[in-house]
Design a protein around this ligand. Structure first.
Ligand SMILES: Nc1ncnc2c1ncn2[C@@H]1O[C@H](COP(=O)(O)OP(=O)(O)OP(=O)(O)O)[C@@H](O)[C@H]1O
Ligand SMILES: [Mg+2]
Length: 246
């Protein structure tokens, strides 16, 4: 998928979060990294058409993201979104959480939606969980159901905003393994993450945001093994200093 940012800026009142970003690259799997408050979620939400730029625009495969109207809704439906907190509906079983949007948002026939949901649950080893309600799912299971829900309509791209940051390490691994499987099945995604091992080893490209700009971008392996800017070197060194992932 070709992603273009044209002098893209976003401010909240006086706060300039992203400052005249230009970018034009073919993306299949991309990690966005950077310090807290650096604008990663803001950028991802703009890519998903959930918030508007203050100025400039985003063009996906040659189509500018519209700011309103039917085209924007259509675009949003073509994107899968997964957040830090999975947002499963508490009064619906795992499988109904997946089928409901297929029926209500994508107009799919109910039986077909259920077949599709079951297929996904099987694919990811979650069929035992199909009829459980969210309170009965582990954190890792819930997040994997949320990812299954996002990929069920076959989105052109999956956007994940720190999908593992609320999880214990063992569940983090389950979720990251699922995302890697999706990658192997050909799914394109952009993930905001503090899991540097995942960015480096499972994402083809990495983008480092700092000071409202894309400070570095490139093949993940190059970017991590040979950081060019003092900002990225400092960011990576800080992670090492405490030997933590964030
Ligand atoms: N709706 C909003 N209204 C006002 N300020 C906002 C809003 N959304 C984000 N911000 C501010 O914009 C800046 C960037 O926020 P953003 O959530 O994009 O950062 P982030 O890189 O995702 O950080 P983190 O790693 O902590 O999630 C922060 O200073 C934040 O407080
Ligand atoms: Mg964020």
């Amino acid at each position: 998928m070709r992603i273009r940012f044209e002098t893209l800026s976003k401010s909240f009142d006086e706060l300039k979060v992203l400052d005249r970003i230009d970018f034009d690259e073919e993306i299949s799997t991309l990690a966005i990294i950077g310090s807290s408050g650096g604008g990663k979620s803001t950028l991802l939400r703009m890519i998903g058409g959930l918030i508007e730029p203050t100025s400039g625009r985003i063009v996906m495969d040659g189509q500018p993201i519209k700011e309103k109207g039917a085209d924007l809704l259509k675009y949003r439906r073509s994107v899968g979104f997964v957040f830090q907190q999975n947002g499963l509906l508490k009064h619906l079983s795992a499988i109904d959480n997946i089928t409901m949007p297929l029926v209500k948002v994508h107009g799919m026939d109910r039986d077909k939606a259920r077949d599709q949901a079951l297929h996904l649950l099987k694919q990811f080893g979650l069929e035992q969980e199909a009829d459980k309600f969210p309170y009965a799912l582990s954190g890792g299971q819930s997040q994997r159901i949320a990812i299954a829900r996002a990929v069920a309509p076959n989105p052109g791209i999956l956007l994940l905003d720190e999908p593992t940051s609320a999880l214990d390490p063992e569940y983090t691994i389950e979720v990251l393994n699922m995302i890697r499987e999706l990658k192997e099945a050909g799914m394109h995604f952009i993930i905001v993450t503090h899991e540097m091992g995942f960015a480096r080893n499972a994402c083809e490209h990495t983008m480092f945001l700092s000071g409202g700009k894309i400070r570095e971008y490139g093949k993940s392996e190059n970017l991590f093994s040979n950081p060019q800017s003092p900002e990225l070197r400092k960011f990576l060194a800080t992670l090492l200093e405490w030997n933590v992932k964030k």
